[in-house]
Design a protein around this ligand. Structure first.
Ligand code: ADP
Length: 494
């Protein structure tokens, strides 16, 4: 009877609910956007109660639209925007202020202070992260500092904290489960990824009471049961992972050295490093991929700030294309960029350059260059930036990439995927199902619920949509990449 998995994708802009059958196919989905709140420049908040309502609404909608009763749902799996935190009153269930979103920069001064006190290395060694306002720890501190009396209540366990997975599970279970999974915990900057515990020393530095933090559970395992009145019948929650880790799982990157790149507004690259925690010499992040079957697996993570966003820029600011998809035909209409290189360092450069002052630049313009060349150069820049990160990942891990699995909105672009394969010199593999983030959550939940026995069975469910193989000779590949490096160096000295 119970043959369906319900994946909840609590993203940065929307809540989604997706039904999967046991072959991993999507039966149907529903989604709704919620408000982005910008109280000050650089600050981003969500209303936790709105997000919760929004999530319940899409669950009810997808079940109703596809005439599936809660009885037929074997389990719920959750994936979520990472690092965003909520603090709430345990008795009333009311949030203390809004959720502070991962993008929010308000705690940058707290991070500067930690760095000034020479604490960066302590955090890095214990959590695998760099000290940055993105991560949850300083956001929790900010809330505790701001609202009088809350820290004392938190010490007594009367006020709770959690990332969005925790907030949803707590509400879904009517307050019975205050839990998170290993992957989400590893993004908080207070979780020790070696000892697998909330780190006492780091909690002390940030003045965060241990009593307010959730229990950390396996990413595939029992997390709680929904209130029976919510969907007509209780449903077990048996999987959870942060969005990028969930996508890595959804891409079936189960072996050491397997990697995925998600091409969205920015890019997120993760490489499975198995039971090894590799500390990067290039400021990549060391993170928990997932924990299950009493085993923790780790990943190296790097991100590109501007990827699909550069295509949006071509469309919205430059007016060179009408739709993102049009970039493909324009790029294909010319054999090359005529020597043009575009470095989309609109907000500086991330790994491996880490230059906050670099700015977007275009090089090699001649009289014959037209919009097709410029569009092509922008798409190519996404592939070059990906190679930049993968190169340092290979260096840090000592693992040579065998192939790259891809997903995200811009992975629809055939030109980009072919050029990516050309510039990396490895196969680029796009799955049949591009909803890898939700699929990961469904796989994690379905494993525990017994829909799939093990990862081998999931590998069989995962299928290739299209594979791109390198067609460029290595001389040309190397020469183009050298020119890209020169372009990056020039934009740094601007
Ligand atoms: P996010 O989750 O970050 O919002 P998505 O995975 O939805 O991103 O992908 C949207 C991004 O992909 C946008 O920045 C858009 O410009 C880009 N994009 C979408 N389709 C294409 C395409 N066919 N070619 C190039 N870029 C695309």
């Amino acid at each position: 009877m119970r043959k369906t998995i319900l994946a909840l994708d609590q993203g940065t802009t929307s809540c989604r609910a997706i039904l999967f059958d046991y072959q991993g196919n999507i039966i149907g989905s529903a989604s709704r956007e919620f408000r982005q709140i910008y109280p000050q420049p650089g600050w981003v908040e969500h209303d936790p109660e709105e997000v919760w309502q929004c999530q319940v609404e899409v669950i009810c909608k997808v079940l109703k639209d596809h005439s599936i009763s809660a009885e037929e749902v074997a389990a719920i799996g959750i994936t979520n925007q990472r690092e965003t935190v909520v603090v709430w009153d345990k008795v009333t269930g009311k949030p203390i202020g809004n959720a502070i979103v991962w993008q929010c920069r308000r705690t940058a001064p707290i991070c500067e202070d930690l760095k000034a006190r020479d604490l960066e290395e302590t955090f890095r060694r214990k959590t695998g992260l760099v000290v940055d306002a993105y991560f949850s720890g300083t956001k929790i501190k900010w809330i505790l500092d701001k609202y009088p009396g809350i820290r004392e209540k938190a010490q007594r366990g009367e006020v709770l904290a959690g990332t969005m997975d925790t907030w949803l599970i707590w509400n879904l279970t009517g307050g019975a489960s205050h839990v998170t999974d290993y992957s989400n915990a590893s993004r908080t900057m207070i979780y020790n990824i070696h000892d697998l515990c909330w780190d006492e020393e780091l909690l002390k530095i940030l003045d965060i009471p241990y009593a307010m933090l959730p229990a950390v559970k396996p990413s595939s395992g029992y997390l709680g049961t929904t209130r029976a009145d919510l969907f007509g019948m209780a449903i077990p929650i048996t999987g959870a992972a942060g969005d990028q880790q969930s996508a890595l799982f959804g891409q079936a990157c189960f072996r050491i050295g397997e990697a995925k790149n998600t091409y969205g507004t920015g890019c997120f690259l993760l490489m499975n490093t198995g039971d090894k925690k590799i500390l990067s010499s290039h400021n990549l992040l060391t993170t928990i991929a997932w924990g299950m079957d009493e085993k923790i697996e780790y990943a190296l993570e790097g991100s590109i700030f501007v990827a699909g966003a550069a295509v949006q820029w071509l469309r919205d600011e430059m007016g060179l294309i009408r739709t993102a998809a049009e970039s493909e035909e324009l790029a294909k209409a010319v054999p090359d960029t005529q020597g043009v290189f575009m470095v989309p360092a609109f907000v500086g450069l991330g790994a491996p350059y880490w230059d906050m002052y670099a700015r977007g630049s275009m090089f090699g313009l001649t009289r014959g260059v037209n919009r097709k060349h410029v569009v092509r150069a922008v798409l190519e820049s996404i592939a070059y930036q990906t190679r930049d990160i993968l190169s340092v990942m290979e260096e840090d891990s000592g693992i040579k990439l065998a192939s790259l699995k891809v997903d995200g909105g811009a992975s629809a672009n055939q030109f980009l995927m072919q050029f990516q394969s050309d510039i990396l010199g490895v196969n680029v593999v796009r799955p049949a199902n591009l909803e890898t983030t939700a699929q990961g959550a469904a796989f994690l939940a379905g494993l525990e619920a017994g829909l799939w026995q093990d990862k081998n069975e999931i590998e069989k469910v995962w299928s290739v949509g299209k594979e791109f193989s390198p067609e460029m000779d290595s001389d040309r590949r190397n020469s183009l990449y050298q020119q890209w490096k020169r372009a990056v160096n020039s934009c740094r000295s601007f």
